[in-house]
Design a binder for this molecule. Structure first.
Ligand code: NI
Length: 419
């Protein structure tokens, strides 16, 4: 999606604060750390919170930090804002003056930006009026493993959180846009492995065997019909076989084959349907060919789904920061996974995207060695979270909304039509 987001696009932060969070981001970018090893990063976050006089707990699920800002009414819980802080095992090739100094490690998903955005929001919130409800700033480790959010939840640190919000830098959208979507934002990500046992034998005497290569091949083709013929095409989903290992010699019929693959869905019911169909088709192919097939599915990240009421709060905050032209809905379904989904399984909230395309760099996606983003998005993100902390807080404690009336733009795209 291209085009000018807003005719009156201006940096929402004052110059001094903006430059401070850019410096912070560049420092993190230069010193990226892998999941579960974010010790220096955590130290920098702690120092920044100390500077702001914000109290926090460190060592949450490893290197996580959770800071708390007091609010007027704590009786209904807190508003949480979450940033992920880890980097990826990628050798950076951006050529930026502040490129990674940790060889083979890179902030290639913008988590350096997410961390700076949340610290920018913290600065705005401590400098502002009393908050309606307490605000927890969750600096989460190990998002890239898919396990960081669950680890944070297990510590109990979000037990008192009533509403939770997060966001991701996204180079598909122009600077000065915030993408707020009702419903699915990211897909679930599960994996499967299938073990096929046939009966090996001589390549010239197939009638004496149960050929695991042939059974596996037929199974792969049959699995393609789940998405193409069983799932409503309006619900994006994927079943992909990633590996197929079998056989030892050209004149030997294999007695064994192993398949592994990934399963993606944006709807919990579709997700369940995919799991059941893989099991059913595997069992049927086994019976059809007299083979033994064992199928195991391991559940990964659930789908990330914004409840419309929570997306409305996010939209209201985005509207305050980027105006009507800047608030957009997602154009294309994202089949990648995001572990923020674990929070949303338990706590109402919403996840947005911050537009940040760099002219000429559009072709370098997140998780690429040349991934880069327009740093001006940091200011929009920080202002968004600061606005959201107040809007969501007022909503939580039942205060009337400030002066923002019902002038929200509707989602520009209707993704789910009537069945
Ligand atoms: Ni990411």
């Amino acid at each position: 999606m291209k085009g000018s987001p807003s005719s009156n696009l201006r940096q929402p932060l004052e110059k001094e604060l903006y430059e401070k969070i850019v410096r912070f981001r560049r420092d993190l970018h230069q010193h990226p750390e892998l999941s579960w090893h974010e010790g220096r990063t955590a130290g920098k976050i702690a120092a920044a919170l100390d500077d702001l006089g914000i109290s926090y707990e460190a060592g949450i699920a490893g290197n996580g930090i959770v800071a708390t800002l007091p609010g007027r009414d704590a009786s209904r819980g807190a508003i949480a804002l979450r940033a992920d802080i880890d980097a990826l095992p990628i050798h950076e090739e951006t050529g930026l003056p502040f490129a990674s100094r940790n060889d083979g490690v890179m902030h290639a998903c913008g988590h350096d930006g997410h961390t700076s955005i949340l610290l920018g929001a913290a600065s705005l919130l401590v400098a502002g009026h009393e908050l309606p409800a307490p605000v927890k700033l969750v600096f989460q480790p190990a998002e890239e493993t898919g396990a960081g959010a669950s680890a944070v939840i297990e510590t109990g640190v979000v037990d008192d959180v009533a509403l939770i919000f997060g966001g991701h830098i996204d180079r598909h959208y122009p600077l000065g846009t915030i993408i707020v979507t009702d419903g699915a934002v990211n897909a679930s990500s599960d994996s499967f492995s299938i073990s096929i046992s046939g009966k090996g034998g001589h390549g010239g005497r197939p009638h004496e065997t149960v050929d695991a290569v042939v059974v596996g091949s037929l199974l792969i083709i049959a699995l393609q019909t789940i998405v193409s013929r069983e799932v409503n095409p309006a619900h994006p989903s994927v079943v992909s076989v990633g590996t197929f290992r079998s056989g030892t010699a050209s004149n030997v019929i294999a007695d064994h084959a192993e398949l592994t693959g990934t399963i993606r869905a944006q709807d919990p019911e579709v997700r369940l349907h995919l799991h059941r169909s893989i099991q059913r088709i595997s069992a049927a192919v086994a019976q059809l060919h007299g083979a033994l097939i064992e199928t195991s599915i391991s559940e990964g990240t659930p789908p990330l789904i914004n409840p419309p009421a929570m997306a409305a709060l996010a939209r209201e905050a985005a509207f305050e920061v980027v105006g009507q032209d800047g608030v957009r809905a997602m154009v294309v379904a994202n089949m990648g996974a995001e572990d923020f989904a674990y929070y949303l399984e338990r706590i109402p909230g919403a996840y947005v995207r911050f537009g940040t395309v760099v002219e000429g760099h559009e072709v370098w996606p997140a998780h690429s060695s040349r991934f880069d983003f327009d740093e001006r998005t940091l200011g929009f993100g920080a202002a968004y979270y600061a606005a959201l902390a107040r809007i969501a807080g007022r909503h939580l404690v039942g205060m009337p909304p400030n002066d923002v009336e019902c002038r929200m733009p509707p989602d520009r795209e209707t993704r789910k039509g009537p069945e």
